[in-house]
Design a protein around this ligand. Structure first.
Ligand code: FEO
Ligand code: CA
Ligand code: CA
Length: 600
């Protein structure tokens, strides 16, 4: 599956300067411009209205693009000669304080907010390859996945007593998906999306080992859906297992709007940031996935069956059965050399060896005292027993199809080294890790291997502000400052692209999208491509470098404002006192945007 060699990308640009975090604009390189592809509230079915902030209804939102788009991909529709594509975006959560007029009844706010969660699939079109895309209202493949959408649970936990509820006595069909964060597109053209912060939607007893380890408490939730539906309160009769039905990797087929989406129990249950698949030399498929929580773990899944080129139906079963592992990293330099400052160890590198510790092998539990169902439903508790490495919040984990190396974005960990908490280690080398780092893993054999070597690609920060940083030896005075790496992607020639979330509280600059050269003399060079508006994080990203186009999902713009005192007006930028054009509003709207050349 690995492609040979690196080339020169057609997407040439001059890095933008670092942008102040208060700037409410999309900043792109010289020679480029940007335009929304689709915004929160855009109607995707023919019977749906335009967004009307003061008249929001459940019926409208269920037929419009959802809120807070995170993982995004754009896949060309076969046979369309590049003129038609399908866009997938998930809708991680809502920012109710800036979405809803305060006069809107609380129950209506809750229900419209719920309808703005989930997933969207929307067709795009363009008249020729060099034009920007527009979305097609009412197209055949358009679909909203809502809290009422049914997902089929696959793998060993399906049918288990741990996932049965009064509404699903067989434990096989789950309504809704929550907290969808990063994701990945499979080699067979389906989309994977990670259910991350699902715990925030549940009230529980707050005392069971599961509730404690996953962060479910007995307090009312922020959105209070439990007032409208019993299942969000697991203390209610018949719903004790409802929270066990979230925290999975979801697989959807964007090319079949009638298909039943899946939740794959074989990949374990935790705060899945996302999952990314590579086909190993042996033909097994391997999915890497991070658990985004301070001091939580990195996982990988290896399929039982092998990929068959062209057999999509078969390939769509591959994530249903296989082995699950959790990562243990061992450094090769004395810990005293790297604690605290982040200075490079004596041997010149943050590096060492690692092991994939088995949790499930050949359909059986590899964890003493736990059944396979228990390992998959309470994966964090199972992993705790085998001694994996506590990481600094693994976000996106992405294998390179050029080299087979795997990249892990560790976004930050403000608690590392605090009293009672683990201190810096070679793989997480900074106490109170504010700016994050990227781990590079080389599997010993192919991706199914249970051992690996590793090194850090970079330790992030702003060298000009005096941060101790590391960019694989590339001169620190020649990189764009970068903080809080989150989502990862590759371009067609093997450069890594990193989008960030949290740079304003890290280096005090706006979040953005960065290209990183991985091979050759410029390995470690970081170049900023764009910056997002005030309070936003950069998601997606999708790099169509051969068409000199980049897409990002701009998530939670202006989230620190209020409905009456908005601080971002992205992307409509309707100025005060002017009448918005049809379809525009004077409020921030999470949107998928495209960045393309003005000379295209
Ligand atoms: Fe939703 Fe881990 O970011
Ligand atoms: Ca070392
Ligand atoms: Ca994320």
């Amino acid at each position: 599956a690995a492609k040979e060699g690196f080339g020169t990308s057609k997407l040439q640009f001059t890095a933008i300067p670092s942008i102040d975090a208060m700037v409410d604009a999309v900043t792109v390189p010289e020679g480029f411009t940007w335009k929304p592809v689709i915004r929160w509230g855009d109607p995707i079915f023919n019977d749906a209205p335009e967004l009307d902030l003061n008249n929001q209804t459940v019926a409208a939102q269920e037929r419009q693009f959802g809120y807070n788009n995170d993982y995004t991909d754009i896949l060309e529709i076969p046979g369309s000669k590049g003129r038609r594509a399908v866009l997938f975006s998930n809708h991680e959560y809502t920012n109710d304080a800036i979405m809803f007029p305060p006069a809107m009844p609380a129950e209506q706010q809750r229900k419209v907010g719920a309808a703005a969660h989930g997933l969207s699939v929307v067709e795009l079109e363009r008249h020729n390859k060099n034009q920007p895309w527009t979305y097609v209202k009412g197209a055949e493949l358009n679909r909203r996945y809502l809290n009422s959408t049914v997902y089929e649970l696959t793998g060993p936990a399906a049918g288990s007593a741990l996932v049965k509820t009064v509404e699903d006595k067989d434990g096989r069909f789950i309504k809704g998906t929550l907290g969808n964060c990063a994701g990945g597109t499979t080699p067979w053209g389906t989309i994977l999306s990670g259910e991350e912060n699902f715990q925030g939607y549940f009230v529980g007893n707050g005392t069971s080992p599961g509730d404690k380890r996953y962060g479910i408490t007995s307090k009312p939730t922020a959105r209070q859906w439990e007032l409208d539906e019993d299942r969000w309160d697991t203390r209610k009769p018949g719903y004790g297992n409802e929270a066990n039905r979230f925290g999975w990797i979801v697989e959807v087929d964007p090319f079949d709007p009638t298909s039943t989406p899946k939740k794959h129990s074989s990949l374990g249950r935790f705060k899945h940031e996302g999952a990314n698949v590579i086909i190993a030399e042996s033909g097994h498929v391997v999915a890497y996935s991070g658990d985004d929580e301070r001091f939580d773990y990195l996982y990988k899944f290896v399929s039982k069956d092998k990929y068959i080129e062209g057999d999509r139906k078969h390939n769509m079963t591959l994530l249903s059965a296989g082995n699950l592992y959790v990562a243990k990293f061992t450094g090769n330099s004395p810990a005293t050399e790297i604690t605290g400052t982040g200075a490079v160890p004596a041997d010149g590198a943050f590096d060492g060896i690692g092991q994939w510790l088995p949790l499930v092998v050949d359909g059986k539990s590899a964890v003493a005292g736990m059944t396979v169902e228990e390992v998959l439903v309470y994966t964090r508790l199972a992993a705790d027993k085998v001694g994996p490495t506590k990481m600094d919040r693994c976000e996106d984990v992405q294998p390179s199809l050029h080299t087979g190396k795997v990249y892990v974005a560790c976004t930050n960990n403000s608690d590392r080294g605090k009293v009672g908490k683990e201190g810096a280690t070679e793989v997480n080398p900074r106490n109170q890790n504010r700016d994050g780092h990227i781990v590079e893993i080389t599997e010993t054999g192919d991706q199914t291997s249970t051992t690996f070597t590793w090194n850090l690609l970079m330790v992030c920060g702003d060298p000009k502000q005096g941060d101790v940083t590391y960019f694989s030896g590339f001169p620190v005075d020649q990189v764009s400052p970068i903080s809080c790496p989150d989502n990862l992607a590759f371009d067609s020639v093997g450069n890594l692209w990193i989008s960030t979330d949290g740079a304003p509280s890290g280096i005090g600059r706006a979040d953005g999208l960065f290209k990183v050269t991985l091979e050759g003399a410029e390995r470690g060079k970081v170049e900023q491509f764009l910056a997002v508006p005030r309070d936003a994080e950069t998601c997606g990203p999708v790099i169509h470098d051969e068409e000199r186009t980049v897409f990002v999902a701009v998530q939670h713009p202006g989230e620190d404002g209020t409905f009456e005192k908005q601080v971002s007006f992205f992307p409509d930028y309707v100025t005060e006192g002017t009448t918005p054009a049809p379809g525009q509003v004077r409020a921030p709207r999470p949107s998928v945007i495209q960045v393309f050349r003005t000379d295209a």
